[in-house]
Design a protein around this ligand. Sequence first.
Ligand code: FAD
Ligand code: NA7
Length: 476
Amino acid sequence: NFQTYDYDLCVIGGGSGGISAAKEAASMNKKVALFDFVTPSQHGTVWGLGGTCVNVGCIPKKLFHRASLLNEEATTSDNFGFHMKKSFTWKTLVDNVQKYIRNLNNNYEKELEKNKIDYFNAKAVFVDKHRVKFAGEERTVSAQNFIIAVGGRPTYPDIPGAHLGITSDDLFSLNKDPGKVLLVGASYIALECAGFLNGLGYDTTVMVRSILLRGFDQDIANMIGEDLESRGVKFIRSHVPTELVAQDKENIIVKAEHTSSKEKYEEVFNTVVFAIGRTACTQDLNLNSLELPVEPNQKLVTKDEKTPVHSVYAVGDVIHNAPELTPVAIKAGKLLVKRIYRKTTEQMNYKLVPTTVFTPLEYGCIGYSETDAKATFKNVVVYHNEYVPLENALESEPRKCYAKLVCDADNGEKVLGFHVLGPNAGEITQGYALGVMLGAYKQDFDALIGIHPTCAEVFTTLSVTKESNKKLESSG
Ligand code: FAD
Ligand code: NA7
């Protein structure tokens, strides 16, 4: 029963996960096709090859974060004898970031070509478990295996006038000054955008339905909220928008209500950004033809990246219950392809994933939040301290930063969770994550010699437990 197919592997989606899987398979001399198609946003924004991270996610986000930190540094540079100029042009930032992204798009295309991967700039739709067609055409492609890596797109709320709002898909290429901005949502995309927009000088408000940063350590989530507030970000707590009305070309009336009292609220903004979660792009794949069920958020339930259809796999944001992060999609794609073609057994570890929230004070973490650790382990001990980065010491009121280790007291104080709030937290966390991944104990952190003077050294001298209720005294 020997059958031939056009390709060994057909990857649907040219983002972090799809490109990584396609390149891995091509490196094993497999014949690979890759489909990537970007459906225009509600405001007509489109972009090139590379997916969310490159075009409308991590990359532009980090560059906008960098721009806002530059503004902050220019302000504090006075203490170091500088008087830096502080005028900012939104268009220059947008143009330069977009130019950089176009370069990355071109590089991705070249890499696919170099790896002899057939790239189709088209939307793929399943016909059966070994065939997809080009959307709107009769042309089909057959393959022995498929990897669905279609990612997701920002969700719009189901309220009148929602179309007047934009999302992260539009923000980084917005061709006009954002003006007075409302961010709806309280997870990391909303808070990161609030952080850099405020840092760039825009009047910024965040509308929060319940808590900040669900799933993250709540002590630190609240510290981020306080820090943003101290910088001038306004928070409208316990509210959800109910309607958006165009007052005129420049102004949007936002109507909202309190989540419990239902009291009404109304304010005018120039830009409304929805960051209320993302919906997986599975609706147009014709998954019915494969009898593949999806979750309410349109995500696919997989086991070890396998779907119930033997020739169809999935990686990245499209997977239900996996962290929506680029390195996760990349690693999962590579490992999957190795298992399919090299018969390796290594599985993706979705548990110990380091990550960072790029708010003005960055928050890096790996492992359990304090709340999750306490819900999972019987005897949890938390070591913590505040610290002031030496870099900020000349400021009259330097911002306090924070370090926390969540440990399992019943297992020799094995580190369950590592959390740091402060400048360059992403860089600090990436290094320490190796220790946590290798199973470090609190005593290993104590034995480690600090690098002085750094922020990261705070983790080598943590001695106060949260349980002791001792007042923290900033080290630095
Ligand atoms: P994607 O990168 O979304 O790629 C999927 C591709 O498939 C897209 O190009 C899509 O258009 C295409 N596609 C969809 N349907 C079809 C179809 N039927 N046919 C053909 N093509 C199709 N992650 C981090 O690790 N760090 C960060 O700092 C970070 N910041 C972020 C900031 C923002 C604002 C956002 C939105 C996300 C951020 N992320 C971050 C998350 C990260 O971008 C995603 O986790 C990652 O891009 C997921 O990769 P993926 O391959 O699953 O999907
Ligand atoms: P998340 O992480 O899914 O969080 C969604 C946030 O939006 C969260 O604060 C929600 O509040 C809030 N939310 C959800 N629905 C609504 C409505 N209808 N109205 C108001 N607020 C709402 O989304 P993000 O967009 O920040 O990030 C998605 C992922 O993309 C992220 O994990 C990154 O890795 C990439 P809640 O706490 O549920 O009350």
